[in-house]
Design a protein around this ligand. Sequence first.
Ligand SMILES: *Cc1c(COP(=O)(O)O)cnc(C)c1O
Length: 382
Amino acid sequence: MIAFNKPHETGDELRYITEAIAAAHLSGDGRFTRLAQEWLERETHAARALLTHSCTAALEMAALLGEVGPGDEVIMPSYTFVSTANAFVLRGAVPVFVDIRPDTLNLDEKQVADAVTRRTRAIAAVHYAGVACEMDVLGSIARRHDLLLVEDAAQALGATYRGKPLGTIGDLGALSFHETKNVISGEGGALLVRADGPYAERAEILREKGTNRTNFLRGRVDKYRWVDVGSSFLPSEIVAAFLWGQLQHAHELLLRRLLIWEGYHERFEALERAGVVQRPTIPDHVTHNGHLYYLLVPSARERQAVLERLRALGVHALFHYVPLHSAPAGLRYGRTHRGELPVTDDLSARLIRLPMHYDLGAAELDAVAAAVGEVLGKRVAV
Ligand SMILES: *Cc1c(COP(=O)(O)O)cnc(C)c1O
């Protein structure tokens, strides 16, 4: 059996969890939270990094910080995880789904300017597979129309756009440490705040149930009080300790992913040249993080055949997002920009994600490639 995902342990997690327990600080914002946040600030150059209990929570914080409210529109792709939309729908806003680019499967920046209306409040850019959106274009649209630019960088830790770490180019960025991501803590996430200022200060308050507890812990105020709206968005020290055991190996985890990604990429070169599959496209000015490897096969029918054949051979491959715009909640809460989203509908029906985790070796990659070739190779012969 070749699993699709296998959470990788670096071996340091239990030691840090034991330390957290010994320190008798199990709630949030202890030593391990601080270490993890400092690491993130150092590595991403974000002015502020705040651990959250999920990327979903960080996106909800972004919607609150941006004061997105009822009737506001938020431009986003339909080809994304539900949390990108939910964070704004919870505030009463309307997702406006824009089509994706056929090469990176990211928001088609050329269609975004046209989707801006008087009600548009924010753009949510999702870096699919850890490959950056066209942030220069999105940034200039956001500046021109005074919009909040949020990066759903759930899959993007370690990836860059023109040398800049993803999650720190827009106003606010959200990372995920869910067990399916590159660096994990089971459930977990972080909010990245690009610049020091009102967002950074208020983010600390929202995350601590609307209190100024963070400044109280720093000794900056003498009592802590309810000063704003908020919720409990922070993880416990047990989770932060696990994460700290991972972050210190983040570079090694990244290199391993990239190696596996390259291994797949070479193995499918011939099938792409034969016109049978389309491999991922990585634009020249971005670096990715090997988060996932996908193939676009010729038709939805062939996708089904490949998935079934792979499963029969013990290879666990998956499709990915069911587009939000045609899902029940998407129809209820959102709308599309100009009718159909043909690229989204087409590509989401033809995409296969291949197994991707730390333990995959050359033999496994060969087995996956052989299984895909067995189904699709016939096509070449025809
Ligand atoms: C994983 C993921 C999320 C959700 O992350 P959680 O940490 O599970 O809340 C949101 N958006 C995208 C694009 C994701 O891949």
